[in-house]
Write a protein that binds this ligand. Structure first.
Ligand code: GLA
Length: 363
């Protein structure tokens, strides 16, 4: 454990943190101006800072066990540092006067599984800068700057869901967000239900995956339909004139937006769960971002008594699955499904609730 003082020899002047998120419904809709329904997860990323006696920035990432040095006039070559660097650059372009800093980052958010570890790092970095420099950045501005950092400095052409969720969501209620207007409200989970997240054990890489390709396909479909974005599709029939695979891509976005709006209106966990199951089928068949191990894990979850619904979550192409469960069943579902998945030759892991919290639920 190398905390700030152990690395830099003095206490930090500002500390902030931000959570990862899991998306319950509304996948691949945010860059189509659509609706999303994420919830924060208990795991958080913590960033600490103090002004540096040197003329350069020093960033220590506990996960890397390494310190990277850079100046603002040239971007660091280490990928993990580009998120922090991007946030510094965007805060500066928004009027912040930033002295050279010592920065310490540590994270509990699992990386590369679709739980927004990068958004948590970006939002925590901007929150910490806000605190250190007394900046008048509100939480929505922080989300917007964080999204731009990801697009412009990390090279992922993402929507705004992850950064809005990390900046504004909490772990007890889902955040219904209209990504076109950023209007939002909190939505209670159906009574007696809780969120379970499992890693499929299959690594995924956003930038090198088909993410940017899917986004381009959606833009092309909207252009062919004469629409500004797929949010404005009026009916499933209007998609018939699109060529494949654009028709299927657009159909996913159209039906997924409808599922989010249906989910926030339903009170029964079983109805909510059925919408999650339909979302997975649509992501698998129409959007084609699932993989055989993800399908297997989702099917195992869906077959368990006490599971209302399950689906892949995040961008897909590997990573995690989310399930809505009857709360008392969480522990049994987690252990049974992990065992069955192992028997099928795959190594999964429970991510949410974290092991220790699950023990408390079971008690
Ligand atoms: C990633 C992106 C988000 C969103 C999801 C898919 O997490 O960062 O903006 O597009 O994929 O729903």
């Amino acid at each position: 454990m190398s905390d700030f003082s152990a690395v830099f020899g003095a206490a930090p002047q500002a500390v902030a943190d931000a959570p990862g998120r899991v998306n319950l419904l509304g996948e691949h809709t945010d860059y189509n101006d659509g609706f999303v329904l994420p919830i924060a997860i208990p795991q958080r990323t913590r960033v600490a800072m103090r002004s540096s006696p040197e003329a350069r920035f020093s960033l220590y990432a506990q996960g890397q066990g390494d310190t990277v040095h850079f100046r603002l006039d040239s971007s660091p070559s280490e990928h993990f540092a580009s998120y922090v660097y991007g946030c510094l650059m965007l805060a500066r372009s928004h009027g912040a006067v930033i002295p050279p800093l010592q920065i310490h980052e540590e994270s509990q958010v699992p990386m590369g599984v679709g739980l927004s570890s990068s958004a948590a790092l970006e939002v925590a970095t901007l929150r910490c800068l806000r605190e250190l420099l007394a900046l008048h950045f509100d939480d929505v501005l922080i989300a917007r700057l964080a999204q731009r950092a990801e697009i412009e400095y990390a090279g992922v052409h993402c929507g705004i869901m992850d950064q809005m969720a990390s900046s504004l969501a909490d772990t007890t209620r889902a955040l219904l967000l209209d990504t076109r207007t950023l209007e939002r409200r909190f939505v209670e989970l159906p009574a007696g239900s809780a969120v379970l997240v499992m890693d499929s054990g299959i690594a995924r890489s956003l930038a090198s995956s088909g993410y940017n390709q899917r986004r381009a396909e959606c833009e092309e479909a909207a252009r062919l339909l004469g629409l500004g974005s797929l949010r404005d599709v009026a009916s499933a029939e209007s998609l018939e004139r699109l060529p494949e695979p654009l028709r299927r891509r657009a159909r996913h976005v159209f039906t997924e937006n409808a599922r989010v709006l249906q989910a926030v209106a339903c009170t029964a966990a079983s109805e909510f769960g059925a919408l999650m199951n339909a979302s997975h089928a649509s992501l698998r068949d129409d959007y084609e971002v699932s993989t055989p191990p993800l399908d297997r894990l989702v099917a195992l979850l869906q077959a368990q008594p006490g599971v209302y619904g399950a689906r892949l979550t995040g961008a897909g192409f590997g990573g995690a699955c989310v399930a809505l469960c009857h709360t008392p069943a969480l522990s049994r579902v987690a252990s049974t499904v992990l065992e069955q998945y192992r028997a099928a030759g795959q190594q999964g892991a429970l991510l949410v609730p974290p092991e220790a919290a699950l023990a408390a639920v079971a008690a």
